[in-house]
Write a protein that binds this ligand. Structure first.
Ligand code: ADP
Ligand code: ZN
Ligand code: ZN
Length: 816
């Protein structure tokens, strides 16, 4: 009797592939183990055993496996089931889910590229013959493909050798450059302990009368440090108005001590004593209600206004599970912005907190993966979207924080899954409780509570009864008319800012657009320079005097004259964060401003740095894009200014209004989180717009009702399901024809299902590829799986048509 295994291969192919194994291998193998298998003419892939059986495949010649890679499964059985759900629901292959889930180093294949690890000295004496040959080849060539290693060693099974060498860190895999995330350290200045003694300090100051600068610096530090504030060199330089040299001199004299501390620790120190928070009655009540909903087996939505203490409730629930010996998954939208949250959790749960960071490099990801699969002990894993694909063993609670955030959805590449929705499904599979939390729930989740599908728990007041910030809408059309604008700032905004700074408070400015001014326009002919690869206007960046494409990264210098009519009268239109930063410097030349947007947060730890500058009071004002809205908790911000709400309102998308409500409410929530009531000014050309009115009165209910009516009327989710197909090609006509072919083919689809398109989206060409969309809309009466099967079938025929060989087609389920 022959034995076979069905293997998942990390490719966009729909089926599993059978391979022959020996009886002993069949006996040893388990689902979830990795095997290396030959594929096609000469390729080797790492696959995952799906199941073991005895029925030979009928329509192709079966091959033997190359080797067994694992001694224990790398993937759990539950995970395989979950992957299958993702592949079915989101119309992709389970191999694509596998590729998205596994850290690359678990996926060695013939095309993988290996390099010598530049950070390790390898002693030849430790190498065996084969390892020696590989290392030697890497001396002569910068990189080797795995299949080249096969040639060098003249054998096929090289993966175990490479695996060993990776573990020894002699070699590394080529990867996209991830910046590694490490707890960042900061140097702080302290007064030498001996001057705690007043007498000593007095003597010191008396001795220093002839060095007035140094004396002032000591006094400044003394003042800053009363109240146990941690003081950076930079802050002290600013306050005392001295240079680094002065401070260095004091360090050399052993009057100042400079010490490095991890930011995490610093935050811990600040939070010390807050360990045993008593929940407030409202929080306690919410917690009880959540437990009741869980007991009734319901996914629960916690709708709590900003700063209502939702996180403290999560902490209680996490603690409960950890004490029971269970595991918790805590999903967050943008992990990069969560230093604050992670240090808060670490403060409570210490080493039981695991982080799966999108900025982690391969080894760090692998470490977390291994930890998760090897350990059944209690821990809480904090991560962004992809953390949901980890091999959990014993998760009993899943928290999705800021559940309304769009970054939970993966738009490219496959699997185009929504981590929140997948979490709800995973919860059902694992029999784990699922808690969704937000100050501004998505329409879909809130709608589910009205249907009774989800439980709803509300927290209507802020922690400590701090009032919600007062929101005022400023009519900038009127301000312009009455000449009350300075640049993009109204007189009201400037006044409020002055007031805030006078009271030693900080200000946040929100402009949902990066760069300086979006567009450079010719005053004579109206021409705006376009990206040569994409159908968009280039964005003007002041610092580098560049025009950049935000879609493909193309950049060029600002032309001295209009490329189409040679006029030199070029003007900027619209504005971005960079311009606001410039204008701020003009308005408040003595104050410091920091900027948080995609351009300033690319580097290692750059976000942490900005957050720290705000926390330590080093900067007075922060200007940023929607990054600002993601759960930041600053103690000292009293004013939030929104420079223009209009672009958000006019965005061509059925969710634009809902998103605008979320963004404005969230960014407002950054104001006045402590005792004093915060203030928010929203500037707009449409002050009467219903969304702005709803934001300013905190009327989520009215927003929900209005938007839901629109969705009903125009047949959008949550009433209808949407699937979007995208076709991409270099040639305009081919792209359009491909879309049209698909629409025609889909015409046979079930009665009542609408097929719209093909249509060019607002930006019809990106990176030289044209794209068209086809939208499939179906009501609740249709069975989505039948429709999706049909789409799969049509896609298969589409892919076999010669003329469309070069057209890429992708399917995006719930594409919003
Ligand atoms: P949310 O997550 O709803 O925005 P947080 O949980 O961040 O709110 O709480 C806002 C602030 O109030 C935090 O600084 C938190 O430490 C504090 N806080 C919340 N609940 C309590 C409590 N029961 N006792 C003391 N401080 C609390
Ligand atoms: Zn011109
Ligand atoms: Zn471009």
């Amino acid at each position: 009797m022959s034995h076979y295994i069905d293997v998942i291969i990390p490719l966009p192919l729909e089926r599993l592939f059978a391979y022959r194994v020996t009886a002993a291998e069949a006996d040893f193998l388990e689902p979830g183990m990795r095997v290396a298998v030959p594929f096609g003419k000469s390729k080797i892939y790492t696959g995952i055993v799906h199941h073991i059986h005895q029925s030979p495949p009928l329509n192709y010649e079966v091959k033997d496996i190359e080797l067994i890679v694992d001694e224990l499964p790398t993937v759990t059985k539950d995970q395989l089931k979950f992957w299958e759900w993702i592949a079915t629901y989101y119309v992709c292959s389970i191999g694509q889910v596998m590729r998205a889930a596994l850290p690359k180093s678990l996926l060695l294949e013939s095309e993988t590229i290996i390099l010598k690890n530049p950070d390790t000295e390898v002693n030849d004496d430790f190498l065996d013959d084969k390892q020696f040959l590989i290392m030697e080849a890497l001396l002569h060539r910068p990189a080797l493909k795995v299949k080249e290693v096969m040639d060098i060693l003249d054998r096929k099974s090289v993966l175990p050798i490479l695996k060993k060498m990776l573990e020894q860190e002699w070699i590394i895999l080529q990867e996209e450059v991830y910046s590694t995330y490490k707890p960042k350290t900061v140097k702080y200045i302290f007064l030498n302990k001996r001057y705690k003694d007043e007498e000593q300090l007095k003597n010191l100051l008396d001795d220093m009368t002839r060095a007035p600068k140094q004396r002032d610096t000591v006094m400044s530090l003394f003042m800053l440090q009363t109240g146990n504030k941690l003081v950076t060199s930079k802050l002290l330089q600013d306050r005392a108005g001295v240079s680094r040299a002065t401070i260095k001199a004091l360090i050399d004299k052993n009057i100042f001590i400079e010490e490095e501390q991890a930011i995490d620790r610093v935050l811990d120190e600040k939070e010390q004593g807050s360990e045993l928070f008593e929940l407030q009655p409202a929080q306690q009540e919410a917690l009880n209600e959540i437990r009741e909903q869980f007991a009734a087996g319901k996914t629960t939505l916690l709708h709590g206004v900003t700063s209502s203490g939702k996180t403290e409730i999560y902490v209680r629930l996490i603690q409960e599970q950890l004490e029971l010996g269970n595991q918790v998954l805590y999903l967050l939208p943008e992990i990069a912005l969560t230093t604050q949250l992670i240090s808060r959790l670490k403060h409570y749960f210490k080493h039981q907190v695991l982080v799966y960071h999108s900025r982690y490099n391969l080894n760090e990801r692998l470490e977390v993966w291994n930890h998760v699969i090897e350990n059944k002990e209690p821990y809480v894993i904090v991560g962004a979207r992809s953390a949901i694909l980890l091999p959990f063993q014993n998760v009993k609670l899943i928290i999705v924080d800021e559940e309304h955030e769009t970054s939970f959805k993966q738009f490219d590449p496959d699997p185009r899954y929504h981590a929140r929705d997948a979490a709800v499904v995973l919860g059902h599979m694992k029999i784990a409780d699922v808690l969704l939390g937000s100050a501004t729930p998505s329409l879909e989740s809130y709608y589910n509570t009205t249907l009774g599908k989800y439980g709803l728990v509300e927290l209507k007041e802020r922690y400590g009864k701090v009032l919600m910030p007062e929101i005022q809408i400023i009519d900038i059309k009127d301000k312009h008319k009455r000449k009350k604008m300075k640049g993009h700032f109204s007189d009201s905004l400037i006044e409020q800012m002055q007031e805030a700074f006078k009271n030693n408070n900080q200000v946040i400015l929100f402009q949902n657009r990066r760069g300086y001014a979006p567009i450079l326009e010719c005053n004579t002919c109206g021409n705006a320079p376009q990206c040569p690869n994409c159908d968009v206007s280039l964005t003007f960046h002041q610092y580098k005097k560049q025009l950049r494409c935000h879609y493909c990264g193309y950049h060029t210098i600002v032309p001295p004259e209009c490329p189409s009519c040679s006029s030199t009268s070029l003007d900027t239109k619209g504005f971005g964060t960079q311009q606001i930063e410039e204008e701020f410097k003009e308005l408040f030349p003595d104050l410091k401003i920091a900027r948080m947007d995609l351009d300033t947060t690319r580097g290692k730890n750059s976000i942490e740095k900005i957050i720290e500058q705000i926390d330590t009071g080093e900067v007075h004002c922060l200007v940023g894009t929607q990054m600002l809205t993601k759960g930041l908790d600053f103690r000292n911000v009293s004013l939030v200014g929104v420079l223009s709400a209009d672009t958000m309102l006019n965005f061509p998308d059925f969710r634009a209004h809902e998103r605008c409500f979320h963004l404005l409410t969230q960014v407002s929530g950054r104001a006045g989180r402590t005792a004093e009531r915060g203030k928010v000014l929203i500037q707009s050309y449409n002050p009467e717009h219903q969304i702005l009115q709803q934001v300013s009165t905190y009327d989520y209910g009215a927003m929900f009702k209005d938007q839901l009516e629109d969705r009903y009327q125009f047949k959008y989710p949550p009433y209808q399901r949407l699937i979007r197909l995208t076709f991409k090609n270099r040639d305009y006509n081919t792209t359009l024809q491909a879309g049209q072919w698909f629409v025609n083919a889909l015409n046979q689809i079930e009665h009542g299902v609408e097929v719209l398109g093909p249509e060019f989206p607002a930006v019809a060409r990106v990176r030289n590829l044209y794209q068209v969309h086809v939208i499939v809309k179906m009501g609740k009466q249709h069975h989505p799986n039948t429709i999706k099967d049909y789409i799969r079938k049509v896609k298969r025929s589409f892919e076999s048509i010669k003329g469309f060989n070069s057209v890429r087609c992708n399917v995006d389920v719930d594409c919003y």
